[in-house]
Design a protein around this ligand. Structure first.
Ligand code: NDP
Ligand code: 8X3
Length: 256
């Protein structure tokens, strides 16, 4: 479907899985045109085919941690998709779960390059559009890991504390341009997140959610849509959401 620009256009990073994919589906059902980003082209193609029945969809395949690839992909947007109203900075993962003394350098690089620098590179490319339009809405997907450190969370937590700081800084710098900035910080959401963190070990990944009703990606998508659908004068600046079974990063009731 072509983008006739009657509706808003959202760019979602990390749309090939979990929270990003659920948000893409939720936005499509609400007639928001979509630019879907990720590295797995097969998933981008499938999702574009599915959602193309409801809304205009364009896909971009790039690694958010590669600054040249980000600039080139976002610079290639066709005119009908280039007026981005909503940016969902969602791409990211944890890599590894080790005490700091056993941490893996590649994991550390990946988390800081993707979760922090990737978010910055994508934002830098989109900001000129929003500043020119004197409007726009950026949602940064942080985490409860960016509010409270937990054992073996070290560098992942640092990356999400950085997202929290960037979210605050962006809001301060961009409000004069009429651009809204806010964060959604989830606790435990059952996605491919733990599979990536434990490098494909599906048993360890399943243990993370064992015995509790974790959040579903659709729960977060619904909240993100609520945030972006408030009237212009309302900005939800920072939102933390956990499953009922979770009280903090280390207090989880697996017997509810
Ligand atoms: P998933 O693993 O299911 O999804 C991660 C998404 O990020 C994928 O679409 C992946 O796409 C994309 N991504 C990862 N690395 C890159 C990269 N280098 N370049 C481009 N895209 C990339 O996890 P979630 O949906 O759970 O995670 C989404 C966000 O939510 C992350 O920022 C995560 O930190 C955050 N979060 C998750 C929580 C949870 O418990 N699940 C809780 C709190 C926050 P592809 O591989 O195709 O590139
Ligand atoms: C993801 C949630 O608790 O695994 O950010 O860090 S947690």
């Amino acid at each position: 479907m072509e983008n006739s620009k009657q509706n808003k256009t959202a760019l979602i990073t990390g749309a090939t899985s979990g929270i990003g994919m659920a948000t893409a589906r939720h936005f499509a059902n609400n007639n928001i045109a979509l630019v879907l980003c990720g590295r797995r082209q097969d998933r981008l193609d499938e999702l574009a085919k599915e959602l193309g029945a409801y809304t205009a969809v364009h896909t971009l395949n790039f690694d958010v941690s590669d600054k040249n690839a980000v600039a080139s992909a976002l610079g290639s947007l066709p005119k009908s998709f280039s007026n981005i109203d909503i940016l969902i900075n969602n791409a990211g993962n944890a890599h590894g779960f080790d005490p700091i003394e056993e941490g893996n350098l590649e994991d550390w690089d990946a988390m800081l390059d993707i979760n922090v620098k990737g978010l910055l590179y994508v934002s830098k490319s989109i900001l000129p559009i929003m500043i020119k339009n004197k409007s726009g809405h950026i949602i940064n997907i942080g985490s409860t890991a960016g509010k409270e450190v937990y054992p073996k969370g070290n560098v992942y937590c640092a990356s999400k504390f950085a997202v929290d700081a960037i979210n605050q800084g962006m809001r301060m710098d961009l409000h004069k341009h009429g651009v809204k900035v806010g964060a959604v910080n989830p606790g435990l959401v059952e996605t491919e997140f733990s599979k990536v963190r434990f490098k494909g070990d599906t048993n360890r990944a399943a243990d993370v959610y064992k015995g509790l009703e974790a959040l579903r990606p659709e729960d977060i998508a619904d909240i993100i849509h609520f945030v972006v659908s408030r009237p212009y004068h309302v900005n939800i600046a920072d939102l933390v959401v956990m499953p009922t079974a979770q009280a903090s990063n280390t207090i989880v009731n697996r017997e509810l």
